[in-house]
Write a protein that binds this ligand. Structure first.
Ligand SMILES: [Zn+2]
Length: 197
């Protein structure tokens, strides 16, 4: 199977019932951790793997719509590594009996100068920054999100000895895109986005 496509299925209770054979390759490519084994995934609830509450809410809404028969469009998201921007699409397809097939497909990748903030081994301060779990933009002020490179400049973190810790959230743009209220994120690397509440 194509290493750029990863497919899994959940049942009507959101329990993961199958994962595609290329699991290991995809998990490694996306730095999900070498200790994660298929048996740690199959039989577990999807919600063990989506910990941020806002992102959970987004997925719950998308799954609810799919099970209700609404056709869904591909949802763009990012799964970056320290040295690569990775653009993916999430496809949600309803199957009989409340099952859902979820496909993650890598559309393209772009190399970049390594970002120590995204490296798990980087020393951390006691500060926290919030990264959108879908587009990987960083919150720079209430309601404002920027590409990590811009955010590091904006928050004067390029010179810092230690990087802040990461927490995840969801920007308003991603919520709107997933709900079909916007066509796309717009162009990558565009200037700081403001949430329009
Ligand atoms: Zn976002």
């Amino acid at each position: 199977m194509n290493k750029d496509v990863f497919i899994y299925r959940i049942d009507s209770t959101d329990t993961i019932v199958s994962i595609s054979d290329n699991w290991r390759t995809f998990a490694d490519a996306n730095a999900w951790g070498s200790s994660l084994r298929p048996e740690d995934v199959v039989g577990h609830t999807l919600w063990d793997f989506i910990q941020d509450l806002e992102t959970q809410h987004l997925y719950q809404e998308v799954l609810r719509r799919a099970r209700g028969g609404m056709p869904s469009r591909p949802i763009p998201f990012r799964c970056d590594s320290p040295s690569e921007r990775r653009y993916l699409e999430l496809l949600i397809e309803a199957l009989p009996n409340g099952q859902i097939e979820i496909t993650s497909k890598i559309s393209r990748t772009e190399p970049r100068s390594p970002i120590s903030l995204l490296n798990a081994d980087t020393p951390r301060s006691s500060d926290f920054v919030t990264v959108c779990s879908m587009c990987k933009k960083m919150k720079v002020s209430p309601g404002q999100w920027a590409e990590i490179e811009e955010a590091l400049v904006h928050l004067r973190l390029f010179e810092a000895d230690k990087m802040p810790q990461l927490t995840h959230g969801l920007c308003h743009t991603c919520y709107q895109v997933a709900m079909g209220e916007l066509d796309d994120f717009g162009t990558p690397n565009k200037d700081i986005d403001s949430d329009k509440e």
